[in-house]
Every structure is written in structure tokens, then in C-alpha cells.
Design a protein around this ligand. Structure first.
Ligand code: ADP
Ligand code: ADP
Ligand code: ZN
Length: 219
């Protein structure tokens, strides 16, 4: 099973991908996470990506497509892959088709998280993650059960992304509208798109995605 989670910044892609990893043993391929790791390590890719990400613009298609190709070849993706934050342009969508075809794989679904853009800035600006295990949280919508302590690993080390501020979010939204939303019709023509209400409670969004995947497995 290979699926794409598609939606603007804050739609809940990372949150839902994390659930699928825990509940179904799928592998999450987040180009945002890969790029942040590259920036931390100071690799050539990281050096190129750092300023672009800080500005809320898109990193080059060649860089992110290469990251995905390398990741698909690590050999731990047989149970299924969730593409989170990739593809983001028509060129990346074409690159993904080729990468999958070369490996004898195909896309099963493109799950579109349908969200109210006005609510997304609050989601992104209130986002933080556990610095130890990566679990995602929100100041208002998903607080740790014990304040200041990660539910999953009990770490007290939380992180906020430097690009999760209102100004950068506005640019990232504009990038989504201009470059990413236009790839939906490509997948609609191939009857791959399934729309899920991304404004519902996190658990209900997870249930809706689960039902789509179960339906696939049953047929
Ligand atoms: P994306 O990966 O699409 O940018 P995230 O999964 O990181 O989005 O979610 C953004 C923020 O919104 C996080 O802080 C997350 O806890 C919160 N969040 C995710 N899904 C929901 C939801 N359905 N309702 C309320 N808050 C949510
Ligand atoms: P979000 O889901 O909140 O938008 P991501 O973690 O997916 O954030 O991406 C963070 C930043 O990393 C983006 O604003 C962009 O600069 C870069 N990035 C991530 N994925 C891609 C991609 N597929 N193509 C180009 N740039 C990307
Ligand atoms: Zn943790």
C-alpha cells in the first residue's frame, strides 16, 4: 500500500502519518523531516535547503525527489509507504510516478485532507514536537497529558520549528495554493483521490483514513 497524504501546512499530514506508522506498521516518508535532518547535519543538501525552508519557499524538485528515491531503496518499505509532504509540484508528481514504476510499485490512494485555511495558522503556530521521539503536539488541540512531559517517551525536551510563525505560514500557504493544489486534478483523473474532512477530531480523521485503507485491503 502506497499512499500520499496531501494538504496544506497544518492540515494534519504528519499527525495522521504517525498514527498509520504506529497502528499499521507503515513507513512515513516526510520530505520536511528529511530536509530538517539534512539541515541539522550540515550536509550539502542541508546547506542548500536551510534558507529556502526558513523563507517558507519550496526546495528544488531535484533535491526532494532524490531524497525520496534514496529512501525507497533502504528496503524497509514493503509494508507500505506514506508520502507526507511530497509531491508538492507537478514535476515532483511526475518524478514519483517514475520512482515507483522503476521499483515495480504503484500508488493506491491520494488522501486529501480537506481543511479550512483560516484555521491552519493557529494549528501551525501552536505546533510543537517531542525532541526525543518526534511525537507531535499542539498548545490547544493536543496537549501532553502531563504538562511538559511527552506522553510517549516521558521526555521533557520539546521543540518548535523556526518556520512555524505566522509570516512564514502565509508564504507556505501561498506556495501550496500556487504549486501543490494544482496537482490534485492529475490524481483525480486517475481516480486515486479520496477526500477526508481534516477539520474533524484527530481520532475521527484517523478513523476515516483507516476505513479507506481497509476498503482497499478488502477488495
Ligand atoms: P502537517 O504535517 O499537515 O503540517 P501536523 O500533523 O503537524 O500538520 O498538524 C499541525 C498541528 O495541528 C499539530 O500541532 C497537530 O497536533 C494539530 N492537529 C493535527 N490534526 C488536527 C486536528 N484534526 N484537529 C486539531 N488539531 C490538529
Ligand atoms: P508543513 O507540512 O508544515 O508544510 P513540511 O515539514 O512538510 O511542513 O515542510 C517544511 C518545509 O520543507 C517546506 O516549507 C519546504 O521549504 C520544505 N519542503 C518539504 N517538503 C518539500 C517538497 N516536497 N518540495 C519542496 N520543498 C519541501
Ligand atoms: Zn517523546
Amino acid at each position: 500500500m502506497n499512499i500520499i497524504l496531501l494538504g496544506p501546512p497544518g492540515a494534519g499530514k504528519g499527525t495522521q502519518a504517525g498514527r498509520l506508522v504506529t497502528e499499521r506498521g507503515m513507513v512515513q516518508l516526510s520530505t520536511g523531516d528529511m530536509l530538517r535532518a539534512a539541515v541539522r547535519s550540515g550536509s550539502p543538501v542541508g546547506l542548500k535547503a536551510k534558507a529556502v525552508m526558513a523563507a517558507g519557499e519550496l526546495v528544488s524538485d531535484a533535491i526532494v525527489s532524490a531524497l525520496i528515491g534514496e529512501r525507497l531503496d533502504l528496503g524497509d518499505t514493503d509494508a507500505g509507504v506514506i508520502f507526507d509532504g511530497f509531491p508538492r509540484t507537478a514535476q515532483q508528481a511526475a518524478a514519483l510516478d517514475l520512482l515507483l514504476e522503476e521499483r515495480g510499485r504503484a500508488l493506491d490512494y491520494v488522501i486529501e485532507l480537506d481543511v479550512d485555511e483560516a484555521a491552519l495558522t493557529e494549528r501551525v503556530v501552536g505546533r510543537f514536537t517531542c525532541g526525543h521521539c518526534g511525537e507531535g503536539y499542539h498548545d490547544a488541540f493536543k496537549k501532553p497529558v502531563v504538562p511538559g512531559v511527552c506522553d510517549v517517551c516521558a521526555s521533557t525536551d520539546f521543540r518548535r520549528r523556526p518556520d512555524d510563525n505566522a509570516d512564514t505560514v502565509a508564504i507556505r500557504m501561498a506556495e501550496y495554493r500556487a504549486k501543490t493544489a494544482p496537482i490534485l486534478p492529475i490524481y483525480e483523473a486517475r481516480k486515486l483521490v479520496r477526500r477526508v474532512d481534516g477539520m474533524a477530531h484527530i481520532d475521527d480523521v484517523a478513523r476515516a483514513i483507516g476505513a479507506i485503507l481497509d476498503d482497499r485491503l478488502a477488495h
